[in-house]
Write a protein of this length. Structure first.
Length: 359
């Protein structure tokens, strides 16, 4: 379908039977499994001047939940509940000239607020892992909501998004099918399905070089929780394969259709014995949330599948059944392309862990 938002086109390839039913969900009606995945880019125009810290992911998270609450309060309350997986991610605000969720010049000034200029354009990236969440998001554009004091009434279908004290007009929302021609910013936009990702992985030939190495780029600060200890919460600041692919596999199993569920133990065994980091270029950065700071890493990491070097040797990997009719190598490739939508690690709903596959 084609959706126009303030004269701009939002491209989607949705099934005709996909309908909006805002405000009618209950816990039993909500779909915990998805079929479609969406990576949306929201173009924003600042209504007034102000300042924001470069890492505004926490504010974007709050603004998105506020939108959901305006459409479906029960669903938004469910998304607020602690200790659960949430079917979305948010980026920080992208500033003019940035082509990633957070750019290197900005990273060097993370402790200092950046001026927001009225009428200037900015971007925000949101990924949605279920149809119900996409429908809730889309329904917000068809509701009339009275603006807060000091905000400009943009009319029905054009909600205002407030980050901190700065209100933004929504100028455009974009997502594109896989394979569409895109500029550098729009490369972060995509629409696909879980089944399409699985088919993309199934056609890979494990004997070819394209699957001997898997590269991931961690484009916003990324970290893994080591849990609470006597000295407080501890974080892990390196993308070792066990943590990366276990995080992705658990997220995949939670949201993907049941016929595509992966065997976590088989994945863990294969990664432990047959996957190694062979190259990386990483930096650490400190980001600021409202009540705490968080250190994370950004950069690139290459994972080598060691079975490709074991051909003809007696220590070739065992034939592991990982599920979804995939070989272990294909399953890791599947998870690496899923990372584009799910993110990796800690606080992905607040701008951390924005990740993409390098091939």
């Amino acid at each position: 379908m084609k959706m126009r938002v303030k004269g701009k086109i939002m491209s989607e390839t949705l099934e005709p039977s996909l309908h909006l039913q805002a405000g009618t969900s209950s816990r039993d009606q909500r779909q915990e499994k998805g079929e479609h995945l969406y990576a949306l880019l929201i173009k924003l125009r600042a209504q007034s001047s102000g300042t924001l810290l470069p890492h505004a992911g926490q504010l974007a998270h709050a603004a998105l939940l506020h939108w959901f609450a305006q459409v479906d309060p029960m669903f938004a309350t469910h998304l607020h509940e602690p200790n659960q997986r949430r079917p979305f991610t948010c980026s920080s605000l992208w500033f003019p000239g940035s082509q990633k969720p957070i750019s290197s010049p900005i990273l060097s000034r993370l402790h200092h607020p950046i001026a927001i200029l009225p009428q200037h354009l900015y971007w925000l990236r949101v990924t949605l892992l279920t149809e119900h969440l996409f429908q809730t998001f889309l329904a917000r554009f068809f509701q009339k909501v009275v603006p807060n004091a000091g905000e400009i009434d943009s009319g029905p279908g054009l909600p205002i998004l407030r980050l901190g004290e700065v209100p933004f007009d929504v100028v455009e929302v974009t997502t594109t099918p896989v394979g569409a021609d895109q500029d550098q910013v729009l490369l972060w936009s995509r629409h696909t399905t879980y089944s399409q990702l699985v088919e993309q992985a199934r056609v890979l030939d494990g004997k070819k070089s394209t699957i001997q190495h898997i590269g991931l780029e961690f484009c916003s600060p990324t970290a893994f929780s080591n849990g609470q200890h006597a000295g407080g919460k501890q974080m892990w600041l390196f993308p070792d394969p066990q943590r990366v692919f276990d995080s992705l596999a658990r997220s995949w199993n939670h949201w993907a259709p049941s016929q595509f569920v992966l065997d976590l133990q088989a994945i863990q065994t294969y990664v432990r014995d047959w996957v190694a980091v062979t190259e990386y270029d990483l930096q650490t950065h400190v980001i600021h949330f409202d009540r705490a700071t968080q250190t994370g890493f950004t950069g690139r990491c290459i994972y080598t599948l060691l079975e490709m070097n074991a051909v003809g040797k007696c220590h070739a990997p065992p034939s592991l059944a990982v599920g979804a009719a995939l070989t272990p190598a294909q399953a890791l490739y599947l998870l690496s392309i899923f990372a584009f939508f799910a993110g990796v690690g800690y606080k992905t709903t607040m701008g951390m862990g924005q990740t993409r596959c390098l091939f």
